[in-house]
Design a protein around this ligand. Sequence first.
Ligand SMILES: Nc1ncnc2c1ncn2[C@@H]1O[C@H](COP(=O)(O)OP(=O)(O)OP(=O)(O)O)[C@@H](O)[C@H]1O
Length: 249
Amino acid sequence: MPAESPPVDSQAAADRQSVFSAHGVTKTYHMGEVDVHALRGVDLELASGEFIVLLGPSGSGKSTLLNILGGLDTPTEGQIRYRGETLTDFDDAALTRYRRRAVGFVFQFYNLIPSLTARENVALITDIAKNPMDPAEALALVDLEDRIDHFPAQMSGGEQQRVAIARAVAKRPDVLLCDEPTGALDVHTGVLVLDAIQRINAELGATTAVITHNASIADMADRVVHISDGRIASIDRNETKKVASELVW
Ligand SMILES: Nc1ncnc2c1ncn2[C@@H]1O[C@H](COP(=O)(O)OP(=O)(O)OP(=O)(O)O)[C@@H](O)[C@H]1O
């Protein structure tokens, strides 16, 4: 490169590639006289379209980190940038807009409304989103096109979780955050749910983070983030990724 080339705006270039950039993130919960240090200084970069798995013992801070990235909680200290904006400077209204526009959440328990069909459960979100898919399209993405008018009680746990995934992705989120999405499911059903998450990561390009206690799920990830006692203990990169149906646990 010639010496007289104009300086590249490296911060702007980095912001385009990076979805999250977390620096020195701590979270302390004050429980009466006791301080619980859930996060003790987390630095993490997440690239656009990346699939990461978060592994770590119970109480190590995985959910706290995911909730902070998703704007459900705020750190005690530290900075998080989201696509070039400083998430940690957002006020409540900006955090609400961010969650609605950019983040899809999937939890261990599906939180579907029992009196609404699969389509109606997904429509609850598409009704308040800016550029949503049709609920039927979202349900087709998780292979539930023939269950569209069924109620939760008429579906298996894995099918209900896939409705919850359809609900999370129908707004075309930039990031998909999953907290133990297969925690309540058997192996076979868990694989179907993971397959749906993997296809959404690939087809919609949603940057995806999955918390699990199941180390074999780590084989699906681009990178595996090991959390221990509120810190990132190590990060491994998988040279090759497995598809959900290849997982053994
Ligand atoms: N709202 C809260 N108030 C007080 N303490 C909390 C709160 N949320 C989390 N904690 C504490 O922070 C620590 C980290 O919790 P967190 O849920 O992030 O861990 P985790 O790794 O996700 O655990 P698990 O795998 O069991 O879900 C724990 O000691 C937990 O008890």
